[in-house]
Design a protein around this ligand. Structure first.
Ligand code: FAD
Length: 297
């Protein structure tokens, strides 16, 4: 098949991958197989999520430490401040720093009761992600990514309030923003125009979620504030009982979304891998990227 991107577009492209800490021995095996496979694309960096409410901090630390010790991948640890005092956050940062971590994805996090419940800052903690970024910068010369919400954060009253928060994060030293996943590129472009108009100059990387399962994704998307455009139902129609067909459609949809964003001037992308390699491999192959390892795509 003809690659979706030209050689010049591919040369400018930067990709990063997001993983989550495994929750069982079986998932552990899957993660490390995925890391070994996707590492062949030589991503700009990879990141590991941090458990809701700080509840699964240890698996993140274990996963990040192993990535740093056993791979050549530039690894960012997600870090949330929800439910923690500043001292507790600092202890985690020092531990990660000692393990060689130089990159963080700094987040507020969701309340332990889950997204949608009211957030209350820990009395001795950071009030929000902007404060956390400032605190991190005081602890070391870290590379810091933050979140961005093209369709606004579910708790937020308006996109303008969200953009104001992003501005505070950038002013406090964030190096880039990674967006919540979205499927409406027009919406993203409008958001980016508003972000630039607010004087925010850091790169804003679209978070791309290849769709493993549209039905499951719809449930999850509602909680994240991500809309599911009607075209996705049309694209996936008739694939319910055909996993191979569904996989091909999913790879096409994500690759076409990235190619369209490249044409709109975007060059850096953050891919939600869900700890699986095949779909991400298929997306990058369709774009025309070449693996950097011997294992030809
Ligand atoms: P902030 O940047 O502090 O706030 C985000 C927006 O929410 C603000 O712009 C503001 O408009 C609005 N808002 C915040 N608080 C309030 C309030 N009290 N009232 C009204 N509006 C408010 N979660 C995890 O637990 N672990 C992870 O590893 C993780 N990784 C993520 C990675 C990415 C790329 C993204 C986009 C999200 C991730 N999240 C993760 C989810 C994130 O923790 C939640 O979306 C959380 O609700 C907000 O965190 P934040 O850093 O975006 O918050």
């Amino acid at each position: 098949a003809t690659p979706l991107l030209s050689a010049a577009e591919i040369a400018r492209l930067k990709i990063s991958f997001e993983f989550f800490p495994p929750k069982s021995p079986e998932m552990d095996g899957q993660l490390w197989d995925t890391v070994a496979d996707l590492g062949g694309w030589e991503p700009d960096f990879v990141s590991v999520t941090y458990g809701a409410g700080g509840s699964t901090r240890e698996p993140t630390l274990v996963t990040v430490r192993k990535l740093i010790a056993e791979t050549a991948l530039r690894t960012a640890s997600h870090l949330t401040c929800v439910g923690s005092s500043k001292d507790e956050v600092h202890r985690v940062v020092e531990e990660l720093k000692a393990a060689g971590v130089q990159r963080f994805v700094a987040l507020r996090g969701d309340p332990q009761e889950g997204p949608g419940s009211t957030y209350r800052a820990h009395p001795e903690g950071y009030a929000n992600a902007a404060e956390l970024v400032k605190g991190l910068k005081a602890l070391g010369d870290f590379d810091i990514s933050v979140s961005a919400y093209p369709e606004k954060h579910p708790e937020s009253e308006s996109v303008a309030v969200d953009i104001d928060m992003l501005k505070r994060k950038a002013d406090n030293g964030a190096d880039r923003a990674l967006t919540q996943f979205f499927f409406d590129n027009d919406q993203f472009e409008r958001y980016l125009t508003a972000v630039r108009a607010a004087g925010i100059t850091i790169p804003v990387l679209p978070g791309i979620m290849p769709i493993q399962n549209l039905t499951q994704l719809k449930r999850f998307a509602g909680r994240c504030g991500t809309s599911i455009p009607a075209f996705l139902d049309e694209r996936f129609a008739g694939t319910e009982d055909d996993a191979t067909h569904r996989f091909e459609v999913a790879a096409d949809v994500a690759a076409e979304q990235i190619a369209d964003l490249v044409r709109r001037g975007v060059s850096d992308f953050h891919l939600y891998t869900m700890n699986r390699a095949p779909l991400t491999n298929a997306v990058l192959s369709r774009l025309g990227l070449a693996r950097k390892d011997a294992k030809a795509a």
